[in-house]
Ligand binder design. Structure first.
Ligand code: HAM
Length: 415
């Protein structure tokens, strides 16, 4: 039998309620913060990611689903949104409509990673990007938005780690210091980190390999290299976070895996997740617009993993309850009565009552059994004698109480 591709999953009808619940939270909280939704294609020219995300990152180096299409163009299934969203903002001149663009998105993303709990090859992200301000207020707004989303979805005990990577000059000085330090430890580094040493030394800092963890224990801290504007930016972020109700921990080793970050970087984690404990993360990316050929534009944003949110809610036994597919089942065994049954169903559906009828020409008993299985609130019985009297039986499935009303009164009945 043909199976799904490794690392991908069907989202089945019995899980869809959870996804719709989460989507409602995304919609509501984003608009509470004044963010508008944007949808972009799920594939882009490969160049968007090579130039945007950076060719020294794992995402671009190892994880992209890239193929040549029939026209000979190199295409990539989006591994993340930020680069493609910036492409869309530039292409559609959104910043000339308003110099401040606050955008959110929700959809599927693709990375060729080794699948494990919380790590998939097709996964879903929600993200928000605040474009146009280089002030710390915007960094803190996206952090508060992320925190509000987790809280509104019912996630408990998530942790927020923050750090700063400073501006370009901070990073150049720090990078050199770090390379010099790591070179004294080359022997003890993992193979991956040995390879990263020259082209992406900051990534060695957040390696999960125990050998690397030990080797970087005494590495210099970027916080000691910040120039005055970078330090001020970070201090203001912390001050604003202190004033909000969002708890945070400064984690001086946090760097994150994408090349476009500068200044604030942050990550939300949950103990409920196991090894893949990152619920979401983000940071400032003031250089990305230039990287993609536009004029320098400050921006900050984050993305969260929807599957990881659901795993956390499941572990915390806080997933929303399954909802019955229908409120009302109309039991009507005589197929001659079908035209009338359809009219009754339409009348109820027009009142936003979820109403189903039997489509399998089953017996009265089998239809009653189906109504029970569907866990409906009311069963309406419409047989020959009811049709003759122009009435219908209404059975309340909770109380088992059954009454008969005239069909003319059905529209006014309080279900
Ligand atoms: P990221 O850290 O690569 O950041 O991904 C954000 C979140 O997506 C992760 O924290 C995780 O919850 C989820 N995620 C990533 N990969 C997988 C996977 N293979 N399976 C399941 N979940 C996954 C970004 O993508 C940046 N674009 C975030 C950002 C937006 N920065 C600024 N703006």
């Amino acid at each position: 039998m043909i199976q799904t591709i490794r690392g991908t999953k069907d989202i089945l009808p019995q899980q869809i309620n959870q996804w719709q619940f989460i989507a409602d939270v995304f919609n509501k909280i984003s608009s509470n913060y004044g963010y508008s939704e944007i949808r972009t294609p799920i594939f882009e020219k490969t160049e968007v990611y090579v130039r945007g995300v950076g060719d020294s990152t794992d995402i671009v180096n190892k994880e992209m689903y890239t193929f040549t299409d029939k026209g000979g163009e190199s295409i990539t299934l989006r591994p993340e949104m930020t680069a493609g969203l910036v492409r869309a903002v530039i292409q559609n001149s959104l910043l000339s409509v308003s110099p401040m663009q606050k955008l959110w998105y929700f959809g599927p993303f693709f990375r060729y990673e080794r699948p494990q709990k919380g790590r998939m090859r097709q996964f879903h992200q929600y993200g928000a990007e605040c474009i146009g301000s280089n002030f710390p207020e915007s960094d803190v707004e996206v952090i508060m938005l992320a925190d509000s989303l987790f809280k509104a979805a019912g996630i408990k005990n998530h942790k927020l780690l923050i750090n700063t990577l400073g501006n370009d000059s901070t990073r150049t000085v720090y990078r050199n210091e770090l390379i010099a330090y790591l070179k004294t430890k080359t022997e003890s580094l993992s193979e991956d980190s040995k390879n990263r040493l020259e082209h992406n030394p900051l990534r060695v800092l957040d390696s999960k390999d125990p050998k690397d963890k030990e080797a970087v224990e005494n590495a210099p801290y970027i916080l000691d290299f910040l120039d005055t504007p970078s330090l001020e930016h970070f201090e203001t972020c912390k001050k604003l976070l202190d004033a909000s109700n969002v708890d945070y921990i400064v984690q001086p080793r946090l760097v994150r895996g994408l090349d476009y970050y500068c200044h604030t970087v942050f990550e939300f984690q949950s103990d409920a997740l196991g090894a893949q404990d990152s619920l979401g993360g983000g940071g400032r990316y003031d250089g990305l617009f230039q990287q993609l050929g536009a004029k320098q534009t400050p921006a900050v944003g984050f993305a969260l993993g929807v599957e990881r949110m659901l795993l956390t809610l499941e572990a915390q036994q806080n997933l929303p309850q399954d909802e019955p597919v229908a409120d009302i089942f109309i039991v009507a065994p005589n197929i001659e009565l079908q035209p009338k049954v359809q009219n009754i169903a339409t009348e109820l559906r027009n009142k936003n009552l979820k109403t189903v009828t039997d489509l399998m020409r089953r017996s009265m008993k089998a239809q009653m059994r189906e109504a029970n299985r569907l866990n409906v609130k009311y069963t309406l019985i419409f047989g020959d004698s009811e049709a003759e009297k122009n009435c219908i039986q209404i059975k309340n499935m909770n109380t088992t109480e059954q009454i008969e009303i005239s069909l003319d009164d059905l529209n006014n009945f309080q279900f």
